[in-house]
Design a protein. Sequence first.
Length: 538
Amino acid sequence: MYKAMGLGDSDLAKPLIGVANTWNEATPCNVHLNLLANKASEGILAGGGTPRQFVTIAVSDGISMGTEGMKSSLVSREIIADSVELMIRAHEYDGFVGIAGCDKSLPGIMIAMARLNRPSAFVYGGTIMPGVVGGKDITIQDAFEAVGAFESGRMSAEDLKEVEDASCPGAGSCGGLYTANTMACMSEALGLALPGSATPPAVDGRRSQFVFETGRAVLQALEEDLKPRDILTFEAFENAITVLQAIGGSTNAILHLIALGREAGVKLTLDDFERIRKKVPHIADLRPGGKYVMYDLDKVGGVPLILSKLMEKKMIHESLTTISGRSVRENVKAARFLKVQDVVLSVDDPIRKTGTDVILRGSLAPDGAVVKVAGLPIMKFTGKARVFNREELAFDAVSKKKISAGDVVIIRYEGPRGGPGMREMLQVTAAIVGQGLGQDVALVTDGRFSGATRGFMVGHVCPEAIAGGPIGLVEEGDEIRIDADAQTIDLLVPAKELARRKKEWKAPPPNYEWGALAKYASLVGSASEGAVCAPKFS
């Protein structure tokens, strides 16, 4: 059968190396990955292997945002990991290159690497270039926020159309430090990707060269018997969390790193993120909390620059092995940085003295919740609950200007099981910010946020509502207090009253009783544990 596809005896005598990629025409994040897969194949051939390409799915968060389709997003992480695992296992490939370009495809591919533990390397499809309106760089974040500005009369239809037309100028993943770009940085910080490979844009010629070199790196790893779990140690995850906090990365990375750790046999908890956050300063001035985009980080030195700043203060485990075959220290020493720049600040003069992804606990979230404080001018908020059992209901209220200063918008039954799929809420959060209420309204949900979300937005509330969590007991007008400094989130209702509500509470029927989403809901665990699907044998 291999000979039917044009291979000869000499090809079959070499290692067979898979090239797993998430090419499709569903999203600009992935539309160019078939070309990168071809370059990976060239690298594999140059390294002495025989490449075998295959594709898996990828869901566009940006396109599905605010719709029922968004429930498929987090589910796709599991399906990507499962499908790559099955392809590699079925065909007994000796190793593989993983190429991904959208939010859940990056962790999905890396999860498959940890699960299979065969010589493999990850490479990112690359960030999109920023759009330009009025001489200012813009991203997809601006398009979502422009909708809110238009609805509140703060932007004309013509200006909204200009933002829409310019915000995504070509191939690549959303341009700020949103989830895809955050997870690209994580791949490099973990050591699964070649140094410097996270930040070059999709349209940059270096991207093809990195993919080529990644193909060769897998053959080198095969020769040295270097496997993903040799790289994915607890210390490697500490490095990744350190970088996450230093750059002000997406809260989704918490879910994905915990899930990846589980596949690698490394136990991570929310406490690890909080422990490291308190020791690591926020030094990268990147959107959505800052002013620069991923392309700007690339121009000054990329992830190696971040690592070098942190290494100066002994915040990074330097001796760890990476897929390059060199240590973290050796990778950083070989890199070149722009000496005068203001994208990445020094550890001694940071944007904030501590990291940005704060873990909250309290009577509303006993098992944890998360808020990103990058660019957040306030750290405390107390207000009255406005309760919605679906994202669409909340967005409708925001669109009709029924949300006012001092409100705490509660969106529940949107968790991993309850949605199912733990939808991101960028449509709602961007509309709030676009209406000028970003500092005057808080939002709390058992769902997730896009990496492009900004404002006083608390997600990943655990236990989720469908599991009987306190967020399911909140009633209209209840007072809620959030204190990011104290790391607390509390429902200010007497215990006796909550006990009464708990006794009367009944879980709503599932939204899906068959198909992929129903299977996911029956297996998925808590967001505080990475929202992984654990097999049940009894």
